[in-house]
Design a protein around this ligand. Structure first.
Ligand code: UD1
Length: 425
């Protein structure tokens, strides 16, 4: 799927990006739809699945559970043939590569009455607990605990609907509880549920399999259990974080990018912030366009669960403020480790002080190219954007992180006029 294993991105700045990009399907949606396909024996077809490394890893995980998985890159279509009785144990060697692998827990438990899933890895962005997932499954009547690096859950007599309240609107916990409750006996409610479009997409997919879920997109989701589900065909929604990345890229480079397939309604607060920074955002027939003709004005940003400013765009927000006119404060409320990349950005000359979950930024007109290291997907993409507004050459090492979330990132950047290479040697 991803072409090669780049060790680094090499960027020759400064650049001005101009042109159009076509969005692919959302990583964080596609991976969850793939995991949820385990809920029904037979063939699920998913359209608009991005050709990224994480989809390959989830495909391998499903294969290890007995599924047949095929990806057609020309049409971005993925088919998953799920056996009558899939395996119940997701092994560490695959799960550790991908946080979203924890999403097989709910489907396996509710369908098989037992599941063993290794504790996941994924990005180094914070502690990422599973307590809400485990507590939610226990509320549905499962015995669930973690032991020897695995979450072990069982419910030999099936799950039973319950009223569940989350302490924090966790995306992953909402998804695992929802996918478990669809086959539970009776009604489940999830209060303080995550409202992310990815959660809505998953719920709509489940409903098209025959589930009965109401309240998607609100903080109260109601699930009436059914006895069985059927495989379905579904198109993944467009990736709002990739769309947001291109929007920030346009603003940072004083460029003009049309994001084909972009949904402004999924990015209301980030786009408002970019307008405050000086951008002009217009709706087009099949997406939206972001245009900027001056140095951005610094804007304060606070990350919050949807519809708040997404933590996944926080690195881009910091990078933009690093070259903006004025002083700003970026506050991270979701993942405490997300500021790890700031030290890398400072190597490009950015003037940033981190204190706890606040980053205080004084913009400078231009950064200066240097070698830096990507610590996770979004930090990696942010550092590439920072390279675009740096004078000279920036090398973003460990660029494979970027491939985990962005299809043809370097190619798209080149189409938009940047001088970017993937260095694989
Ligand atoms: C998902 C996304 C990630 C995004 C995040 C928030 C995927 C694969 N990843 O991650 O890109 O940044 O949503 O939009 O979809 N928490 C607990 N206990 C739990 C669960 C979560 O303490 O049981 C905490 C986490 O440590 C974190 C916060 O809650 O501080 C939010 O996590 P969550 O919404 O669950 O994020 P993910 O689903 O892991």
């Amino acid at each position: 799927m991803s072409s090669g294993e780049p060790l680094a991105f090499e960027i020759h700045g400064p650049a001005r990006l101009q042109g159009s990009v076509t969005l692919s399907g959302a990583k964080n949606s596609a991976l969850k739809l793939m995991a949820a396909s385990l809920l029904a024996a037979g063939k699920t077809t998913l359209h608009n699945v991005p050709g990224i490394a994480d989809v390959e890893i989830m495909s391998d995980l499903l294969r290890s559970l007995g599924c047949t998985v095929e990806y057609i890159s020309e049409s971005q279509t993925l088919t998953i043939d799920v056996p009558q009785t899939p395996g119940h144990r997701a092994e560490y060697n695959l799960v550790r590569k991908l946080r979203a692998s924890i999403n097989v827990l709910g489907p396996l438990l509710t369908r098989l009455g037992r599941a063993e899933v290794a504790l996941p890895g994924g990005d180094a962005i914070g502690s990422r607990g599973l307590d809400f997932h485990i507590k939610g499954l226990q509320d549905l009547g499962a015995e669930a605990h973690s032991e020897h690096g695995y979450v072990i859950a069982s419910a030999p007599d099936g799950l039973v609907g319950a009223d569940i309240s989350l302490n924090f609107p966790s995306v992953g916990a909402t998804e695992n509880i929802m996918t478990a409750a669809v086959l539970a006996r009776g009604v489940t409610t999830i209060d303080n549920a995550a409202r992310e479009p990815d959660v809505v997409d998953l719920g709509e997919f489940l409903n098209s399999m025959g589930a009965k879920i109401e309240g998607l997109g609100s903080s109260l989701i109601t699930i009436t259990g059914v006895t069985n589900l059927s495989p379905t065909t579904h198109a993944t929604l467009p990736d709002r974080i990739v769309a947001g990345t291109w929007a920030f890229a346009a603003v940072m480079t004083r460029g003009d990018i049309t994001i084909i397939g972009g949904r402004e309604d999924h990015l209301e607060i980030p786009l408002d912030k970019l307008v405050q920074a000086g951008a002009v955002v217009t709706t087009t027939t099949n997406g939206f366009r972001v245009k900027m003709d001056r140095r951005p004005t610094a804007v304060d940003i606070v990350t919050l669960p949807y519809p708040g400013f997404p933590t996944d765009l926080q690195p881009m927000a910091i990078c933009m403020n690093a070259i903006a006119e004025g002083h700003s404060m970026v506050t991270e409320n979701v993942f405490e480790g997300r500021f790890m990349f700031v030290n890398e950005l400072k190597r490009l000359g950015a003037n940033i002080t981190v204190d706890g979950h606040h980053a205080s930024i004084t913009g400078i007109p231009e950064l200066s190219g240097a070698p830096v290291v990507a610590t996770d997907i979004r930090a990696g993409a942010g550092l590439v954007l920072a390279g675009l507004v740096s004078e000279g050459t920036t090398i973003v090492e460990e660029g494979f992180h970027v491939d985990r979330g962005y299809t043809h990132f370097a190619e798209n950047l080149r189409t938009l006029g940047a001088e970017v290479l993937r260095i694989t040697e």
